[in-house]
Design a protein around this ligand. Structure first.
Ligand SMILES: NC(=O)C1=CN([C@@H]2O[C@H](COP(=O)(O)OP(=O)(O)OC[C@H]3O[C@@H](n4cnc5c(N)ncnc54)[C@H](OP(=O)(O)O)[C@@H]3O)[C@@H](O)[C@H]2O)C=CC1
Ligand SMILES: CC(C)(CO)C(=O)C(=O)O
Length: 311
């Protein structure tokens, strides 16, 4: 029998981090939409440099072998197109792992994919430096589980493989809660730091602190109505504690949404803010600050899509 290969689709920061870490444990093929150098470098949080050759393929010319598992590591807004490009080549039953932030593509792809679907919620941090290097900026924790509560054995087995590869992971039976909690943190931090071009820690100061508090209050009311609790419970206070802990721990970070804005890329606002707006609307809650940020980020996204004005 051929060795069980993990396909990792989306060779950006997370994709290359997972590929380079997993390659010590299992055969890995990294799949993208353009050619990348096969020799890839991982810079660890401890400052070590590891260089490894990776099998690289293009999504428009997929390998003929059947993978044991497919990890989707595109941005949230790219996940459904990438999945559609894969779907025809995959036989029924191949497990899919979704690594996206937010809570948008996960329910849709769980419905569409013809096999088990696990979602991952991770606090690992990584960024790319060019086409041949990824920096693992900080160690984190990954939670794995299926939205429909099935596939516990698959989640445990993947958690073991990831942990052995240096990405500590745990199978959980409440992955939807874990995804909402990460989304809550991202919704309270990312739009503001992107709007004002500030590092996360600056949110502790005026004039930003009250703006964060208003966003937390809207997120807390919405998630409480959805039946989602913060870690340790405690309602609004619990959500405040969670968000301010993350601000403290990531004070020197330039958050992903700020990096996307500064690089002229699409942000993950639809995956992070739109599910909250939809939940607020289901519960007839008014969330003006969240709504304003979603509107503003949509306006920016539309401007990105416009052709440049003729000179
Ligand atoms: N980076 C991090 O520290 C963390 C990221 N996450 C989440 O992980 C997800 C990925 O983030 P990140 O790795 O930072 O993003 P990146 O933008 O670095 O990587 C996304 C990759 O997906 C590729 N891609 C896009 N569309 C396709 C497609 N159709 N087929 C194949 N490849 C495609 C892009 O290719 P191309 O280069 O051609 O555009 C790019 O290489 C996001 O949802 C993010 O929120 C979660 C926790 C931490
Ligand atoms: C937690 C936070 C805000 C850390 O920067 C993050 O996940 C991001 O940058 O998207």
């Amino acid at each position: 029998m051929p060795p069980a290969t993990h396909w990792i689709v989306g060779p950006g920061a997370m994709g290359r981090l997972i590929a380079l870490r997993l390659a010590d444990q299992v055969p890995v093929t990294l799949i993208g939409r353009r050619r990348l150098p096969a020799r890839q470098t991982l810079v660890t949080p401890e400052g070590d440099t590891r260089i490894a050759p990776l099998a690289l393929e293009r999504i428009d010319a997929l390998p003929a072998d059947i993978p044991t598992m497919v990890h989707l590591t595109t941005k949230a807004h790219g996940s459904e197109a990438a999945h559609a490009a894969l779907a025809a080549a995959l036989p029924d039953g191949v497990p899919l792992v979704l690594w996206q932030n937010g809570f948008a593509c996960q329910p849709r792809l769980t419905e569409q994919h013809r096999g088990p679907v696990l979602c991952a919620s991770t606090t690992e941090g990584a960024h790319v430096q060019g086409d041949d290097r990824v920096t693992h900026a900080g160690h984190g924790q990954t939670f794995l589980g299926a939205l429909d509560g099935r596939h516990a054995r698959l989640a445990s087995s993947l958690a073991q493989t990831l942990s052995a590869a240096g990405l500590p992971a745990e199978a959980v039976d409440n992955i939807h809660v874990r995804l909402w909690r990460k989304l809550a943190v991202n919704a309270a931090i990312n739009p503001l730091v992107a709007q004002f071009a500030i590092r996360n820690g600056q949110l502790r100061d005026r004039p930003f602190r009250p703006m964060v508090e208003r966003l937390i209050a809207e997120v807390a009311a919405t998630l409480t109505a959805e039946g989602i609790t913060p870690p340790g419970g405690g309602g609004l206070e619990g959500w405040r504690k969670l968000v301010w802990q993350v601000v403290e721990a990531t004070a020197t970070n330039r958050a992903s949404m700020l990096q996307d804005v500064q690089a002229g890329r699409l942000t993950e606002h639809e995956a992070i803010l739109a599910p909250l707006l939809a939940a607020a609307s289901r519960h007839r809650l008014s969330v003006p600050c969240l709504a304003w940020h979603l509107h503003d980020l949509r306006r920016r996204a539309a401007a990105l899509a416009e052709p440049p004005a003729a000179c």
